[in-house]
Write a protein that binds this ligand. Sequence first.
Ligand SMILES: Cc1cc2nc3c(=O)[nH]c(=O)nc-3n(C[C@H](O)[C@H](O)[C@H](O)COP(=O)(O)OP(=O)(O)OC[C@H]3O[C@@H](n4cnc5c(N)ncnc54)[C@H](O)[C@@H]3O)c2cc1C
Length: 294
Amino acid sequence: MLSCVPVTSVSSLAEAFALLADRPRGLRVLAGGTDFLAQVNAGVGLERIGHVLDISRVGELRFTRLSGGLLAAGALATFTDLARSAPVRQALPALAQVAREIGARAIQNRGTLGGNACNASPAGDTLPILVAAGATFVLGGPRGERRLPAEEFFLAYRKTALAADELLLRAEIPALAPGERLAYRKVGTRAAQSIARAFVAVRAAAAGGRCSGVRIAAGCVAPVPMRCRAAEAAVEGRALEPALFEAARGAIEGEIRPITDLRATAEWRRRVTGNVLVRLLEGLAGPPRSGEDS
Ligand SMILES: Cc1cc2nc3c(=O)[nH]c(=O)nc-3n(C[C@H](O)[C@H](O)[C@H](O)COP(=O)(O)OP(=O)(O)OC[C@H]3O[C@@H](n4cnc5c(N)ncnc54)[C@H](O)[C@@H]3O)c2cc1C
């Protein structure tokens, strides 16, 4: 279907940036291809594709490392890489865990962290975790690098802050400090191998029965993966008790903007997102469970 479109395969960032500097018309980046090629097969946006830049062999973008309390994951780190990575499992186990729940093994072997972010689906599984974790995205191209908080990367439905001559290079994430946790729940038709219908992630420290440093993000409830600041404000510094859980539920249900689609109704998403947040906050008061970091 793309037989008339030139494809340039590069094996280094320098080669990729050289092509980006020429700004070929209709340039599309190809990483693992699990979203892009599915869209091509479905004929979505074919007329806008003028040139394909295949970065899948750029080894500089395929890494994970932990240094000075900062976890860095290259854009081409696959879900299998994330699930197996010692730095990820140490600094942010929830990211390794969610990578094991994405698609089936073939998707986990091809699909990348950068592709999940740049596809910018509100149902992308790593995205609420990256937003709640406080990730910074590093974008780069022939004009140099710039950094954006993850939540500012997503501008609108499937629209990102990437300029035409930029790639997503890596995500940098502050490692969990002692006493901090990042807990999430993905609600789909099954626990694994299904697209999320609701998704909530919470990063917080719980000490003396109170939460601090709270960051909350939700998926599937707005055109973009959403940072839930009203819910954060309802929880920050407050005692982990039933009144707080209900205040948090009210806050998140009030700020999300779900729609009805084939997978769920807006009302179902609103209710489930509130319920999931309450469960996660209740969990913060107890010992870590599956899907939680400590
Ligand atoms: C059967 C199936 C099951 C799936 N299950 C899930 C699931 O459970 N959860 C989930 O979240 N997703 C799921 N997906 C979606 C998909 O696998 C992920 O979104 C994956 O992370 C995409 O990564 P990729 O490397 O394949 O991206 P690609 O398809 O190569 O690219 C996706 C988009 O990002 C752009 N892009 C990619 N990398 C960069 C970069 N570094 N810089 C700039 N632009 C870039 C591309 O131009 C394209 O627009 C599924 C897909 C399939 C086909």
